[in-house]
Design a protein around this ligand. Sequence first.
Ligand code: SAM
Length: 275
Amino acid sequence: MDRETPRLGTVQETLLIPLYARAVENRKELPMLRDARAAEIVAALDYDFARFDGLPSLTGALLRTVLFDRWVTDFLTAHPDGTVVEIGTGLNTRHERLDNGRVRWFDLDLPDVIELRGHFFADTARRTMLAASVTDDAWAADVASRAEGPYLFVAEAVLPYLHESDVRRVVDLLCDRFPGSLLALDTAGPGFFDTQEEHDALSKVAARMQWYCPDPAGLADWRPGVRVVASQTLTSLPGPLVDELPVSYREMLSVLAAQRLPQAEGYRLSLLRMP
Ligand SMILES: C[S@@+](CC[C@H](N)C(=O)[O-])C[C@H]1O[C@@H](n2cnc3c(N)ncnc32)[C@H](O)[C@@H]1O
């Protein structure tokens, strides 16, 4: 079979990092998550994934995915007919992992990503791909007209690549169009941001983060009423989630916690409630 050459813009290329992390994890005997679909997609792409082999941040990406999966599962337990919007979905396979047979799901990303995504995924009655920038109001109007709330927006490894003015725009857009909705996002603190040239995976691609955030609670200063529902670092993941990880990962996390590296401690995974 001919492999597909991904033709992606600079920031779009970063989607291949978490995709590869899930594909590699899928091969392990004791994985933290299974993702056969990611493995199939990696095999079908003509790209030098070997540059990411063995990088520690692949584990960080997986831990983030596992926590975001947990937040989506919790949301769907409370609201089985709710709406989930993956902002900057890349070649994410969360719907494959978590579909409950009732959720209304949207996968939003820039046009070149959605074009590539179309080679591997198809729309269904409950699942729709949207080609747009997250900063563009039109997608929000489209989602609001096609799907009822409650809404959960998942922006995994997306917003740090935007300029702060665009992140503010996204927060405003969600507050204005989807009051009461939830937003899962990750934020890089200054220690992580300032060392990105040496970051193991980012240094292998051209994209760079544009926005850092010392404290996600500060987003309430942008828009009063924004509330932090949960905020974790990779070394302070919820106990029940850590208990379900393979033992090798639990050991690795306790070593990392003891080191208290500023890069790791300043990287936060948060769930926000819009006013
Ligand atoms: C590191 S990847 C993460 C992909 C996916 N969320 C995952 O975890 O597998 C960053 C993604 O953000 C998307 N992205 C960046 N800027 C965007 C924008 N303005 N609007 C929509 N998506 C954007 C990129 O195209 C890319 O797919």
